[in-house]
Design a binder for this molecule. Sequence first.
Ligand SMILES: *Cc1c(COP(=O)(O)O)cnc(C)c1O
Length: 379
Amino acid sequence: MRFSTRAIHVGQEAEQTTGATIVPIFQTSTYTQEAVGKHKGFDYSRTINPTRVALEKQLAALENAAHAGAFASGMAATSAVLNLLSAGDHVVASDDMYGGTYRLFSRVFARYAIDFTYVDLSDLEALRAALRPQTRLVWVETPTNPLLKIVDIAATRAAVAKPALIAVDNTFATPYFQQPLALGADIVVHSTTKYIGGHSDVVGGVAITNDAAIHEQIKFHQNSVGGVPGPFDAWLVMRGAKTLALRMQQHERNALAIAQYLEKHQKVEHVNYPGLPAHPQHALAQRQMRGFGGMLSFTLRVSEERAMAFAASLRYFSLAESLGGVESLICHPARMTHGSMPKEDRDRRGVTDGLLRLSVGIEDIEDLLEDLEGALSPL
Ligand SMILES: *Cc1c(COP(=O)(O)O)cnc(C)c1O
């Protein structure tokens, strides 16, 4: 079965009692047992729910994997992966990653005697220098946020010996464009809030693996901590994921056209998009990914005030956090997603005051380009 066929069919057989073609929203917390302990495999919905099971089978199939555990948010899924660790363990993580992940690591798990080192994982020497005998996990995001740097997953695996695990947050690339497990990663995490859900109407997450022992622990965490999605949220993510391939093709077409347009614009200083030949890791992106995705960032040759005014003046790009929905969004990372980071750190990492990030939607490209042109020309 190929990608879209898996997205539409795996886990989604007709329902047995009624023949319902679409998996129902099993809005129930509990299940009636015939006799004590005699039930159909379902006892309580924190532990297991049929709508969630269908979603988990579908999402595992999208990463060509054996197992998936669905969560109520991307952060809950990330937290479940970090719970594989114990006090005294060491983690190496990307220094250019989702702000909420950094907050979870540095302000929650660091309090439980887990040690974190943040490095530029696109620099393999920096990765090797950060590894310690206690390193149990390397946390990778690629492409990175908001600078769209690429981390070489296969080379990371070659540098990181088991039993240290590699987890990849694959939210930006999606399984349609990048399959980290095939490149040697042990675990893939998604915020399904983004491209997989795809319609900005649900918050969710998932942790996916081929390792049965890891999955047992993820399931144990779902049940003992309880950060699971409700049946309706599971159903919304499942519905969104069916069109992932179609949407990603259009996201990518639009993003490439916009990156090419911005690259030539005299008011634009620099464009970060792995699909541009000028991207320093374009060749690696071509090797590792099947496509370059719908995210890009760029800097304008104008003051921060003007850059922010530009962002607010667009008609179709809503000024908003988040990404991956069908509608186009623009954000000013220094003031929005990375606002809690000191300016010095931001500047050192390249998240400058003039940087803008686009989540390019699937609208008609002519409208998006006209919108950008109309807002850029008065600058
Ligand atoms: C949004 C996001 C998360 C967090 O997911 P939530 O669903 O918001 O909890 C994690 N990683 C990346 C790359 C994200 O974009």
